[in-house]
Ligand binder design. Sequence first.
Ligand code: COA
Length: 261
Amino acid sequence: MAENTRTEREGAVATVFVARPSKLNALNDATLVELTEAFSELAGDEDIRCVILTGGEAKRPAFVAGADIAEMADQDPMTAKERSRLGQGLCDLIEGLGKPVIAAVNGFALGGGLELALACHFRVASADAKMGLPETTLGIIPGFGGTQRLPRAIGVGRALEMITTGRMMDAEEARACGLVNHVFAPDELMAKTNEIAATIARNGPIAVRLALESVLRGSSQPLSEGLALESNLFGLVAATEDMHAGLKAFVEKRHVEYKNR
Ligand code: COA
């Protein structure tokens, strides 16, 4: 039974909550393990086509206020390395889930919290959200992928400023530099995020999965390799019943229900 996380399912959309309210949803090792289990289960759940990751209600609005600082306080080098691999493994699992994961940033997303949000396929935020990588203010460096994914998301210069100063960005600044796609009023965040997720869940699930793969694998390759990958996946999707159903429905001006086949 998960103590620090909760998963809710509504149709084809699952919402994973990080729920450690007394610690602003900070990620201790137990929470990292629970999240890994939750996402592993969702990866294999054929009925779920889109996932939302957000922070449960806490005493201050929080997505995740970071890795658990108290737990890290006496870490030795090997424990620190293993903790980093645990966090990175969770982030890799989310990024490679095969279905879109949207981070609904509903408050503080700091350190490991922002790194978790960066592993999601895109981010939306509430107007009162605050994002940052304050690790260097604590004498450590980001260890769950932040030094790699933040520069890819917002550019090297902006990322280096955030990482070396440790300053927080508000939601508007995050939107302006492309870190989040949309900013919503706090009381509308989940409804608006669910609308986006429902739109994704109506689309061809195999097409969505292959599009994710093409973008994510292609972006770390030279353009010519990425284009070759895209052609191969474009060919592969032609083997699906859903492609034939989707194209035929358009021609015949009908609605289509994709079957994931
Ligand atoms: N790890 C462990 N505990 C954390 C935490 C973290 N990353 N972030 C917050 N908490 C705990 C606090 O210790 C406090 O616990 P307590 O009530 O038992 O003392 C509780 O959550 C509430 O936090 P508090 O600092 O009292 O709230 P605040 O509203 O004054 O400040 C923050 C909010 C987010 C600005 C502040 O908690 C903070 O700076 N947190 C650390 C952020 C950080 O550096 N994260 C990166 C870690 S690598």
